[in-house]
Design a binder for this molecule. Structure first.
Ligand code: ARG
Length: 291
């Protein structure tokens, strides 16, 4: 739907962490990006030494900083991008990231338009029925954003309020549970930044989304006068990389690569780059700190 007004750019990750080679911009919608036709364009690829090897197409909803977003140059960057690039490098394969709206992202992998998805996707029992996930690679929890003067101190305080969420996210799920499926007080947006914009303009009283994204937004948009409210009732979540159900070949490759970058310290380096410190010890969700 809407956020595809700007061109969607396709990148070939040359295998090295953080080196994305711009192949070309295609203004088409995500459906059209499926076959890896980009290299056919006139410009020879920078690192085109290898024969036409399979390039794994990675879907990501790049409006979710610091996990995935587009920089000023339109390149897709972020923690998730670095993690998958490092995994690909470990596995000796190439990946290209394709901006894919959250709304259709699960379908895109189910239909084979994307080989894998990295998009701060929470592993849930429901989603496990329609796709397969790697081992968890990140701990998360829901976090509430409100305006500084707000009286909200806990999740239940949102009951009489208008709440913004990104459609179909775990934030949507928890708020739907609190306010009721048909509640008119839930305002659903196709991206989390749009929901946060609405909080700024007063169209909603609160936004519920993943802690990393809410905290990042509040820190980087101090002018908005937001604050965050955590609540111990939120269930800890874990992100996984998704593949089509039954795609064990890609799943194994990803799991091995993930184990590899955890073992050799690459994961910790990427984590520190985005979150400033080493990840909490296994079994200690990031959420523990805010409880
Ligand atoms: N973790 C949440 C979920 O899986 C939100 C993910 C949204 N990701 C994104 N790139 N927009 O439902």
């Amino acid at each position: 739907m809407a956020n595809n007004t700007t061109s969607r750019r396709v990148f070939l990750q040359a295998g090295l962490l953080g080196t994305a080679t711009l192949l070309g911009a295609c203004g088409k919608k995500e459906e059209a990006a499926a076959p890896a036709t980009a290299p056919a364009a006139s410009e020879p690829t920078a690192a085109a030494s290898a024969a036409p090897a399979k390039v794994y197409v990675v879907g990501t909803d790049a409006a979710y900083a610091p996990f995935e977003s587009q920089n000023e140059k339109g390149e897709i960057v972020g923690f998730d991008i670095d993690v998958v690039s490092a995994i690909a490098s470990k596995a000796g394969v190439q990946v290209k990231f394709v901006n894919t709206p959250w709304e259709g992202i699960f379908n895109a992998v189910a239909q084979g338009d994307r080989d894998l998805l990295v998009s701060a996707i929470t592993i849930t029992d429901e989603r496990k029925q329609t796709m397969d996930f790697t081992a968890p690679y990140f701990d998360a929890v829901q976090l509430i954003a409100v305006k500084q003067g707000s009286k909200v101190t806990k999740f239940a305080d949102l009951k009489p309020l208008k709440v913004g969420v990104q459609t179909g996210t775990t934030g949507d799920e928890v708020v739907t549970k609190l306010l009721g499926k048909n509640s008119a007080a839930i305002k659903r947006f196709e991206s989390t930044p749009l929901a946060l914009k609405e909080l700024e303009s007063g169209g909603v009283d609160a936004v519920v989304a993943d802690n990393g994204v809410v905290a990042h937004y509040v820190t980087n948009n101090s002018g908005t006068g937001f604050k965050t409210v955590s609540d111990p009732s939120f269930t800890p979540e874990q992100y996984g990389i998704a593949v089509r159900k039954g795609n064990t070949a890609v799943l194994e490759m990803l799991n091995q690569g993930l184990a590899g970058i955890r073992a050799d310290g690459t994961y910790d380096k990427i984590y520190a780059k985005y979150f400033g410190s080493a990840p909490a010890a296994a079994g200690t969700p990031a959420s523990a700190a805010s409880k």
